[in-house]
Design a protein around this ligand. Structure first.
Ligand SMILES: Nc1nc2c(c(=O)[nH]1)N[C@H]1C(S)=C(S)[C@@H](COP(=O)(O)OP(=O)(O)OC[C@H]3O[C@@H](n4cnc5c(N)ncnc54)[C@H](O)[C@@H]3O)O[C@H]1N2
Ligand code: MOO
Length: 425
């Protein structure tokens, strides 16, 4: 019975998918900022704007192995009538060279140079070694060069004091390269949210190869969630499997709360069964239940709560697919919010098949998407949509979301598609 239609804090109030996401946004805000070294920053989110510190390249340098020359000396050079320049010296990358050679001394002179070595300022171009021939202490040049040819100028890549990375941007491998090139070894990012994972159920076996006794099943939710979360800048730890011992769960939850874990996630024990103790323990420990049921299929009994110390709680249903999509859509939204990211936008895909569903509940369907020969993203609804069926995930790379009011889908209609691993960077 729906005993209190207007109060989202009761177990029997079902909210819409978008309302659940909005409530997560409303109750969360960006997490604290920390300075970390760049080698730990991959996937983290910049919490401050970062400007360039240095000109890159720091000095004019050669793009080729060859000779630094002046273009005006080689105007007449050709294969048949090479121009002979006398050699002033040699420069390798990494050497501090006499860059201030007097330009008056440079007429018909050349400076042997390696890729990356500083170009003495008296020369205006570099002729590649292939177009030359060394002869005693001279070099024969078989082609003219253009002014500035094969010189990489100071600041041509980055100039000093320019915007480099904006607050809110995700540190990916490309940004790590740019920051390193800038001599920036520590950056301010949003702290990695800490996440504790609990599984619940007397039937669960953790060891992957243990022989099952009658009534037992394997805990596939925890390893799934740990590995899924690894693509995001979070610190996740397995807080253990609870075999339907609510007293022990209250103790373990208290320890996770005392560690100021940012997000605690459990799977199982949130529905209507005799051992579905999660809502009771949350309330007992002072947590406020923000919602407990969503109009989605699967995944209906997803619970979201917040404790007075700021820790968020997700009670995900135990069925593997329900737990999986609870993590993908709702826990992900919280992580995005804590890390100051804008709400995720789905991609539009053309659905290759027709589908009918019960109106009133949104459907989240195991799906496989690919680009067809017309460069369009198309997707299929996989057979085996029940929330206990793991096997279809082997062929899935995302989810189709059909909103509450949808009753049927015709072949070729556009749908919202969410990749299994969200596009993070
Ligand atoms: N009378 C009702 N019964 C149920 C309802 C309902 O509204 N009224 N809702 C159903 C729906 S929908 C779901 S989803 C499940 C959710 O139940 P719980 O969250 O309480 O989860 P459990 O009962 O503990 O487990 C459900 C199912 O999943 C298996 N499980 C649990 N943990 C794991 C794990 N770590 N790895 C793999 N599989 C797991 C468990 O053995 C059960 O088969 O409730 C329905 N019932
Ligand atoms: O909707 Mo429950 O989440 O089927 O399996």
């Amino acid at each position: 019975m729906n005993d209190n239609k207007d109060n989202p804090y009761t177990e029997n109030y079902l909210i819409e998918f978008s309302q659940a996401l909005d409530l997560i946004n409303q109750h969360a805000s960006p997490i604290e900022q920390v300075f970390i070294s760049l080698d730990k920053a991959l996937t983290c989110v910049a919490a401050q704007d970062i400007n360039t510190k240095e000109s890159v390249p720091p000095f004019n340098n050669s793009a080729m192995d060859g000779y630094a020359v002046n273009a005006r000396d080689l105007v007449s050079a050709s294969q048949q009538s090479p121009v002979k320049l006398s050699l002033l010296g040699t420069g390798a990358a990494g050497e501090d060279l006499p860059l201030n050679i007097d330009s008056n001394e440079c007429q018909n002179k050349a400076w042997k140079i390696m890729t990356g070595a500083p170009v003495p300022s008296a020369f205006d171009s570099v002729i590649p070694i292939e177009n030359t021939q060394l002869e005693n202490n001279s070099v024969l040049c078989f082609s003219p060069v253009k002014v500035a040819a094969n010189i990489r100028y100071a600041g041509e890549d980055f100039q000093k004091d320019q915007p480099l990375i904006k607050k809110g941007e995700i540190i990916n491998t490309n940004k790590i390269m740019a920051l390193t090139a800038q001599g920036i070894g520590n950056i301010c990012v949003y702290q990695r949210p800490s996440i504790a994972l609990f599984a619940t159920g007397k039937e669960l076996v953790d060891h992957p190869e243990q022989t099952l006794k009658p009534g037992q099943i394997r805990n596939s939710n925890t390893p799934y969630m740990v590995s899924w979360l690894k693509s995001l800048p979070v610190d996740v730890y397995n807080a253990g499997t609870n075999h339907d011992d609510s007293k022990k769960f209250a103790d373990d939850l208290t320890s996770a709360l005392n560690k100021n874990t940012n997000i605690i996630i459990s799977s199982g024990a949130v529905s209507m069964g005799d051992f579905d103790f999660i809502p009771k323990i949350i309330k007992q420990l002072g947590g406020q239940i923000i919602f407990h049921k969503i109009k989605i299929k699967p995944g209906k009994p997803i619970l979201f709560a917040k404790f007075p110390n700021g820790t968020f709680y997700f009670g995900l249903p135990g069925n593997p697919i329900s737990a999986n999509l609870g993590l993908r859509f709702f826990v992900f939204r919280l992580i995005q919010r804590l890390l100051a990211q804008a709400d995720e936008k789905p991609v539009t895909a053309i659905c290759n098949e027709a589908f009918t569903k019960r109106p009133g509940f949104a459907a989240i369907l195991k799906s496989f998407a690919q680009i067809n020969q017309h460069a369009q993203l198309t997707c299929n609804i996989l057979p085996g949509q029940e929330s206990f069926k793991i096997k279809p995930l082997l062929n899935a790379n995302g989810w189709i979301y059909l909103k509450e009011s949808t009753e049927s889908l015709a072949t070729g209609e556009k749908v919202e598609f969410y990749p299994t691993i969200p596009y993070w960077f």
